[in-house]
Design a protein around this ligand. Structure first.
Ligand code: AHG
Ligand code: MN
Ligand code: MN
Length: 338
């Protein structure tokens, strides 16, 4: 009998469950959680594809905990993720860039095993320019030793405690990249069947790449070492190109595929950097490291940072190992006064 193509496609759910043999987290309950995220991002993708037609572009008329104007699509993405993850049964806490407090779904030790942290829509300023935007997610387990009644305390875990992380970039195609600690796998949404289909397994970030990605308009505000790095990178012999989309998830996706380094250094306006540790830097640092790359805040490994606040920001140097190390070579050694 002629087999149909569908018997050869590997969906993200099938790929994940087949990963059982080397991944203790590849349980059906975790797969059920992951399918909550993929369902949400498929709904978000469908909204974004029709944004201009659905009157959902523009501001929602409120400012979020970050002090930023919330876009209508930020809210739609946020509510979609909360709804799709809300009844997965094994999720205890949800942390969103858009909400000051965690959403408590269950604080029973036996049910709320997982904490999901997310930036529901990254690159919001690009929505009405039809530039790539994305969703970033991080999954941790509840720390059994943390019995604090303060739910915020339960989410303040360093990035090395992530059990999975990834992102979806909504562009010419909708692409999901995620890791559960055993390499990075990439899936493309096939709209004809509504499934994320395996596109590439065990992706490796190029060891180096002559591309730096930074908002040059801030460069005079950067600490001296970053400015010296950029002066070097702009020399003819260094031979770098500059690429900056302004959506972290899109700038990172390019870096994962083509190599290079993304930087968001401290500025006068954001002395601790602009990007958030728990749901932007940590998840992308996990993906980067699992693909052979590196992520630093200029002094230490991003995933070693002990968070102090849920929405805390961090400087971020993220990309090919040799390129991140090149930037660090211009900065004062860890521990020295910056
Ligand atoms: P978000 O839309 O989730 O607030 O994130 C925006 C971030 C990130 O996507 C991007 O790298 C950065 O803002 C761009 O900041 P600048 O415009 O200051 O360069
Ligand atoms: Mn963001
Ligand atoms: Mn966002």
């Amino acid at each position: 009998m002629q087999t149909t193509d569908t018997q050869f496609i590997t969906t993200v759910e099938r790929h994940f469950l087949e990963g059982k043999r080397h991944n203790p987290h590849a349980t059906s309950e975790f797969s059920w959680l992951l399918s909550g995220i993929t369902l949400a991002t498929k709904i978000i993708a469908s909204q974004i594809q029709r944004a201009g037609l659905l009157e959902i572009v523009g501001e929602a008329g409120r400012v979020n905990v970050q002090g930023e104007e919330v876009q209508k699509l930020d809210e739609i993405a946020n509510n979609t993720l909360i709804r799709c993850l809300g009844y997965r049964g094994n999720v205890g806490l949800l942390v969103s860039e858009e909400d000051d407090e965690p959403h408590v779904l269950s604080d029973q030790p036996d049910s709320g095993k997982y904490i999901v942290l997310f930036d529901p829509l990254d690159g919001s300023s690009n929505i009405n320019a039809n530039v790539n935007i994305g969703t970033i997610f991080s999954i941790m387990e509840r720390d059994p030793n943390c019995t604090s009644p303060d739910m915020k305390a339960r989410v303040l875990q360093p990035g090395y405690r992530q059990v999975a992380a990834g992102y979806v970039v909504y562009g010419s195609s909708t692409v999901l990249a995620y890791t559960s600690g055993h390499g990075v796998n990439m899936f493309t949404l096939d709209p004809s069947i509504g499934a994320f289909v395996l596109a590439q397994e065990n992706i490796r970030m190029p060891a180096e790449g002559k591309i730096y990605s930074v908002n040059e308009a801030n460069s005079r505000q950067f600490p001296e070492g970053y400015q010296q790095y950029l002066d070097w990178a702009k020399t003819e012999e260094a031979g770098y190109s500059s690429r900056y989309i302004g959506s972290l998830v899109a700038d990172f996706h390019r870096t994962l595929i083509r190599g290079g380094v993304f930087l968001y250094p401290p500025t006068h306006k954001s002395p601790n950097g602009k990007l958030r540790l728990l749901y932007e830097a940590n998840p992308l640092a996990f993906v980067a490291e699992q693909a052979g790359g590196m992520a630093s805040d200029g002094r230490q490994r991003i995933m070693d940072k002990q968070p102090v606040q849920m929405h805390e920001r961090t400087p971020l140097i993220l990309g090919s190992k040799a390129e991140v190390e090149k930037v660090l070579s211009f900065l004062p050694p860890a521990g020295a006064a910056h």
